[in-house]
Write a protein that binds this ligand. Structure first.
Ligand code: PHE
Length: 358
């Protein structure tokens, strides 16, 4: 696993986006990257990731790839936002106070961008963090617009992944297939993986739980009547569905050979280490649900609320629509004898082209 080391300039050179706002934050020994990828459909909006990186360049790489993924995600769902992503790249662990003040400075930066970018929760940030950021800026999308309403996108993302998983199972095993008697390996039981494990268990599925945090894995496994699988064994586990719900790039030369599942359907962003890994999965007969389509539920729920296009009561039904989108993508890719990644890209291009022609 791993990417070749690249510097800022060569990373930017290989990227097709609008631009990046870069801010050095010496107080927290951090870098803030706000990558703006595309505004064809609307203002760039995407999550705010906070993570330690061995080099700031790795944070920039994440921001660039994730921002592009957001363009595709909004387009695949047909929502009027563009693609962007914020990464707060940490050089060391922060105290609670340092972390909080970094988030406030991030909020001030967003406010200074005057709406050029809106943000929400992502890996390493919480609904509380978003509330903190929102004390400095109007441009937090990942919070309910009113006093009440949901504040956590995770359960909506999980709901969309479950709908996509059902679509993948139906594509493979025929309509009427259920999750009963199926085994799903959930890798990473955080904000999305944990609610996903609960939904699968509630639908009668068997859950294998893997997490780098052994305590968390044991707790979720206990709760859903599942079995813990050690992180190093996750790729070799026999299962119907492998659901990557943690970091990206877990589908690579080393892991794809080891997989013993029929379907990959999970919430992580950027699951394929490189585009060619989609073909490798197809060669092995593994059905892959494109990450940015299946994991859009959280962004969709909050996007719909902020655009005023849906009430809280209607969100779950809208998010379940992700299953229908994936069913179409699987059907189109099967008809053309190509990977679902290509059918998904065509869907995105159709939406973007229609918007440009308008
Ligand atoms: N973390 C979300 C994603 O990657 C981004 C998001 C969350 C955007 C909430 C808006 C609101 O899809």
């Amino acid at each position: 696993m791993g990417f070749p080391e690249q510097g800022f300039l060569s990373l930017m050179d290989g990227w097709d986006g609008l631009g990046v706002v870069v801010r050095r934050d010496p107080e927290a020994d951090a870098w803030i990257f706000v990558a703006l990828h595309d505004d064809t459909l609307g203002r760039p909006v995407g999550g705010c990731r906070m993570k330690r990186y061995s080099r700031p360049e790795e944070g920039l790489r994440d921001a660039l790839r994730l921002a592009r993924g957001m363009t595709w995600k909004w387009a695949a769902m047909g929502l009027a936002y563009g693609g962007g992503k914020a990464v707060l790249a940490l050089g060391r662990d922060l105290s609670t106070e340092e972390r909080g003040s970094l988030l406030l400075r991030f909020g001030e930066l967003l406010e200074s961008l005057a709406g050029a970018y809106g943000t929400g929760e992502d890996l390493g940030t919480t609904p509380e963090d978003m509330r903190l950021v929102a004390t400095r800026t109007r441009w937090v999308v990942g919070l309910p617009p009113g006093e009440d309403g949901p504040s956590d996108p995770g359960p909506y993302t999980a709901l969309g992944v479950l709908a996509g998983m059902r679509a993948a199972l139906a594509h493979r095993h025929g309509d009427g297939t259920t999750l009963e008697e199926r085994t799903v390996l959930v890798q990473g039981v955080g904000d999305v993986g944990a609610p996903l494990a609960r939904l699968i268990a509630a639908a009668g599925g068997r859950v294998l739980v893997s997490d780098v945090n052994g305590v968390r894995a044991a707790a979720v496994a206990h709760e859903v009547g599942g079995t813990v699988v050690a992180p190093s064994d996750a790729y070799d586990a026999r299962c119907d569905v492998y659901a990557p719900c943690a970091l990206g790039a877990t589908l690579n030369d080393e892991t794809i050979e080891r997989l013993r599942c029929g379907i990959v359907a999970g919430s992580a962003n950027n699951q394929l280490e490189a585009p060619r890994h989609a073909a490798l999965l197809a060669e092995r007969g593994i059905l892959y649900a494109p990450d940015y389509v299946i994991n859009g539920g959280g962004a969709m729920a909050f996007g719909l609320l902020h655009l005023g296009e849906e009430e809280v009561e209607g969100l779950e039904a809208r998010v379940r629509g992700i299953g229908d989108a994936l069913a179409e993508i699987f059907a189109e890719s099967a008809a053309r004898g190509e990977s679902p990644v290509e059918a998904a890209r065509r869907r995105v291009e159709r939406v973007l082209r229609a918007a440009r022609d308008r």
